[in-house]
Design a protein around this ligand. Structure first.
Ligand code: SAM
Length: 330
């Protein structure tokens, strides 16, 4: 096994692997899934759980300590709870989390807990049932909300709520959504919309963090929260009397590439050094040709060498990935 850790050309320590375990999703969010739906990958094109666990073990040997499971929608994949349990039992991982749209949360929260997952992010962009249908294509608001409440009762902490603010879609609700951080211990994460794949959303729909912040400050002053070592890219705040937090993830208005510590593994086994660049390393092919762990590690190191300094989205809105977000996992 090579003894170098995953330090890239710009001295960033890449210790965080985001793993998409499926390209399938039970929602069709208008900013994530293209209208002309891309064909789903056949099962044999998707990494098996055993293959993913092997990749994780090798990556831990190189310095990965933090893993997030995402999708598509991770909870639609058969066998996911058993996989999560095995992942949580993998020696050397310090942090395992899950990103879900919450549709299947209510009926499965105990399985997620029993598997050993403590932290979840739930994506929901509205508190209005009708609007939920418009954004996602499905009438699942009540069930997602019930899942969020149950996750809180079951002791998950922190529960992060991912929200993508879009003008003319949910901009009238941002104050109500932010207010949730006063009434609940939720960490609300406003994520700037990123133009990737073939979603051609009107650029005027962009709603950038400074403007969002101004909106939600109608509720009171946002006090900065000190950063801790395991923080992601969110700029964190809280209301004086808040039980939770408000965070802004600003890939467009102030990109955080210089502190990016991420690698991404797609469901089809491609290792991507950057969300916004389509350069990727094909782990699935070499695994299926019978590569050794050392050879697998070499490909990880090659992906690290390829990691670009930064994306160009803030200057050129067409400079993002050609691959859909629902394929990469966010
Ligand atoms: N199905 C899961 C979910 O909905 O959380 C996991 C996959 S989803 C791709 C992960 C995250 O990416 C979600 O929070 C979603 O809101 C976010 N996302 C998807 N497309 C995006 C885009 N174009 N810009 C910003 N965030 C996006």
């Amino acid at each position: 096994m090579p003894d170098s850790t995953l330090i890239d050309r710009f001295n960033r320590n890449l210790n965080y692997l985001r793993i998409s375990i499926t390209d399938r999703c039970n929602l069709k969010c208008l900013y994530c899934v293209p209208q002309d739906l891309i064909p789903k990958l056949p099962h044999h094109e998707i990494l098996s759980y055993e293959e993913i666990l092997r990749i994780v073990r090798v990556s831990i040997g190189l310095g990965i300590s933090k893993v997030r499971i995402t999708g598509g929608e991770p909870l639609v994949r058969k066998g996911v709870y058993h996989f999560l349990e095995k992942l949580a039992g993998t020696e050397g991982l310090q942090d395992i989390s899950l990103t879900t749209n919450g549709v299947l949360l209510k009926d499965n929260i105990h399985k997620i807990k029993a598997a050993g997952i403590k932290r979840i992010n739930i994506s929901i962009d509205t508190l209005n049932r009708e609007k939920f249908k418009q954004i996602t294509g499905f009438d699942f608001f009540d069930q997602v909300w019930a899942g969020i409440e149950l996750a809180q009762k079951t002791g998950f902490y922190p529960i992060k709520i991912n929200v993508v603010p879009l003008k003319g879609v949910n901009d009238d609700e941002l104050v109500d959504i932010a207010r949730l951080s006063m009434t609940h211990p939720f960490h609300i994460r406003f994520i700037e919309y990123m133009p990737v794949g073939s979603i051609h959303m009107d650029i005027d729909r962009h709603f950038l963090a400074p403007e969002i912040k101004k909106h939600v400050e109608h509720l009171g002053e946002l006090v900065p929260v000190d950063r801790s070592t395991n923080d992601g890219p969110a700029e964190r705040f809280k209301f004086e009397s808040g039980r939770g937090e408000i965070g802004f993830i600003r890939p467009i208005s102030r990109h955080f590439c210089q502190t990016c510590n991420r690698l991404r593994l797609t469901a089809s086994g491609q290792l991507r050094p950057c969300l916004m660049h389509d350069k990727q390393e094909d782990l699935k092919s070499i695994i299926r040709k019978g590569c050794s762990d050392r050879e697998l590690a070499e490909v990880f190191l090659e992906a690290v060498r390829q990691k670009p300094l930064e994306h160009k989205l803030q200057k050129d809105h067409n400079a993002g990935s050609a691959v859909q977000m629902c394929t990469i996992g966010g």
